[in-house]
Design a protein around this ligand. Structure first.
Ligand code: TRP
Length: 325
């Protein structure tokens, strides 16, 4: 018999996804979910976001724009699972059980906490116990594979350790997931050449209205070579971004224009804008339609939540039985 692999990943709910998220996470995840041997559970980590975001309006707005973006990018939510973490409250119960199998020093050493430990007064216990909630997200759904970026590797190791520790004491109960760290995930450069990130305020947001998108693209930092000069495309932020979304012919053509001179950065920026508008035309339209239709988005997520709850209850009963509750 053919065994389905269950692929699970959590999406930070920090707002509308930008081009870096799309190329680095959304497109590869959707590709993985379209393989027939996989069953995918993608959820919006809106409990994790409470660590920083206390305003419920912002949190739900973020959640809906993420949902709209994933659907617009083509995630097949009907044949997979798409849900809000907070709606499956079983995850909180499991978090408590797992807390009791998590050695304190492991959390002290986790980088999500360690990075902030020089300013402890700003740390809430949610941040401290963040990796345990994440372990619970994964173990509650019997996930086999968890694709994440390099920055989450340590959290996955913690998840595996917690699951093994539980299984060691109670016999095989929890599935120990494999991490799938994509080592060659591209680092997507932002408008200032550093990694594209909300933190650096250097993002390109393909789901912005055209005039705001244009502003972002025009703000890409370049050197000060004059229009007539020959330029090296590989060194230019505009080209680097263009190259990630263009096909080979388009990229080669732009590279040649850089080289031959008489082609300025303004021209390249306009071409990048045109390419984004053209390449993501359908997705942009769908996003703008969806974002106006909150009921639709809520219904999509509710559908996923209903299905996810079934798996969660199953696993939680298994755990509770072992624990004697
Ligand atoms: N911590 C992850 C991030 O910051 C998001 C996340 C929460 C997650 N729970 C998860 C990822 C479970 C994978 C599996 O990106």
């Amino acid at each position: 018999m053919f065994n389905m692999a269950r692929v699970l990943t959590g999406i930070q709910s920090s707002g509308k996804p930008h081009l870096g998220n799309i190329l680095g996470a959304i497109e590869p995840s959707i590709k993985l979910s379209n393989k027939k041997e996989n069953e995918s559970l993608f959820f919006i980590a809106d409990l994790h976001s409470l660590i920083n975001i206390k305003d419920s309006k912002i949190r739900s707005k973020n959640t809906l724009s993420i949902a709209a973006a994933w659907i617009a990018m083509g995630f097949d939510y009907e044949n997979n699972y798409f849900y809000r973490q907070s709606k499956i409250t079983e995850v909180c119960e499991l978090t408590w059980y797992l807390n009791c199998f998590t050695p304190y020093p492991m959390l002290v050493n986790s980088h999500s906490f360690k990075d902030k430990s020089n300013n402890l007064s700003s740390v809430n216990n949610g941040l401290f116990t963040y990796p345990v909630l994440m372990a619970s997200d994964i173990l509650l759904y019997d996930a086999d594979i968890v694709p994440v970026g390099k920055d989450q590797k340590q959290h996955l190791e913690i998840t595996r350790d917690i699951a093994k520790s539980f299984n060691h004491q109670f016999g095989d109960t929890l599935i120990v997931p494999d991490c799938k760290i994509d080592e060659n995930v591209m680092t997507i450069p932002g408008t200032d050449g550093r990694k594209m990130s909300k933190t650096y305020n250097n993002t390109i947001d393909i789901f912005l209205e055209e005039k705001d998108l244009k502003k972002q693209i025009m703000s890409i930092i370049t050197d000060s070579k004059g229009l007539e000069e020959s330029k090296n495309a590989e060194e230019c932020n505009v080209y680097k971004i263009y190259n990630l979304i263009a096909n080979k012919d388009q990229s080669d053509e732009m590279k040649n224009k850089y080289l031959s001179g008489g082609y300025g950065y303004g021209h390249a920026k306009n071409e990048l804008l045109e390419l984004i508008l053209d390449k993501y035309k359908d997705q942009r339209k769908m996003y703008f339609d969806l974002i106006k239709n909150e009921d639709y988005l809520n219904n999509v997520l509710k559908l996923g939540e209903k299905k996810a709850k079934v798996i969660a209850n199953n696993v939680l009963s298994r755990v509770k039985k072992k624990l004697g509750y």
